[in-house]
Design a protein around this ligand. Structure first.
Ligand code: G
Ligand code: G
Ligand code: NA
Ligand code: MN
Length: 249
């Protein structure tokens, strides 16, 4: 079966799920948010990981129903708990869709989740193809009360100029930059520089892919605000995430 048809069938049959990975306050270790990540648990075949699904869905237009599913699921789940933010990945064609901000607004109202508790994550691909519209969209979402994070920072071409002019509230330093953090002094310099730069531009810094306490210690020392990674928890079903929060409280 073509991947497109498999995704269509998965959507119709309600096979997709959303898992949540904790984000912690770097200083206190307290869970402050979670990233919502698409999962397709019933599939046994390995070739369709979330990244591939999103890639294909982006080409076929299925990213709209898929993205809508993730957004609604995430908002509905987080409306059941207090205070914590949920961070949802938005793909370029969703972000580009003129009706998207209205849709997000409607979902939040429908679920009763305050706008301040939703964060959108976007990667830089779209920013580069359509800077003016992207800047306008980021500012619109921020005016609505949401935070907007630049995802996968350090993997692409984002220039310092872009970082300044887009008005993001957060940047997420990509996990690929963290590899070797404890052993390689160049890596430490690179991350330190990125954090220094971001803080200078009034951006909150999230470092993802934190896998060990040694890495967490270094990141705390160099001023990272929030951390995410297997060291604090893998992406997990909502009920498990709620239990983790209760244990940590
Ligand atoms: O969690 P994992 O490593 O499997 O995610 C793989 C990739 O899929 C990541 O780049 C992540 O951003 C992306 N992804 C996961 N869920 C979603 C989603 O709901 N929407 C979009 N656009 N991308 C997602
Ligand atoms: O592209 P994006 O940053 O949205 O994707 C996040 C991806 O990173 C998810 O697929 C998630 O499962 C994965 N991930 C989260 N924490 C870690 C980690 O500590 N190590 C590794 N290798 N991957 C992680
Ligand atoms: Na992300
Ligand atoms: Mn990322």
């Amino acid at each position: 079966l073509e991947i497109e048809q498999q995704i269509g069938r998965g959507l119709r049959n309600g096979e997709f799920e959303v898992h949540y990975q904790p984000l912690v306050n770097a200083e206190t270790g307290e869970i402050i948010a979670a990233e919502a990540l698409l999962r397709w648990p019933r599939r046994r075949e390995g070739q369709l990981n979330p990244q591939r699904i999103v890639e294909v869905a982006e080409m076929t237009g299925q990213i709209h129903p898929l993205g809508q599913f993730v957004l609604e699921r995430a908002c509905r789940d987080f409306a059941l708990i207090e205070d914590l933010k949920v961070s949802v990945n938005v793909s370029p064609s969703q972000f580009q869709d003129p009706g998207f901000s209205h849709h997000v607004d409607a979902v939040l109202r429908d679920c009763g989740l305050p706008h301040q508790r939703l964060q959108l994550e976007i990667t830089e691909g779209y920013l580069l193809t359509n800077p003016e519209r992207a800047i306008a969209a980021v500012s619109r979402f921020k005016k609505m009360g949401m935070s907007v994070a630049l995802d996968d920072f350090g993997t692409g071409f984002t220039s310092i100029h872009y970082l300044r002019s887009y008005g993001f509230s957060h940047i997420k330093i990509d996990k690929s930059l963290i590899t070797g953090l404890t052993t390689d002094s160049n890596t430490i310099s690179l991350i330190t520089g990125a954090i220094y730069l971001a803080r200078g531009l009034n951006l909150r810094v999230i470092v993802e892919g934190v896998e060990t306490e040694d890495q967490a210690q270094i990141l705390r020392a160099i001023g990272c605000h929030n951390m995410q990674g297997y060291h604090f928890g893998r992406p997990m079903p909502f009920d498990e995430f709620v239990r983790l929060c209760k244990r940590n409280a």
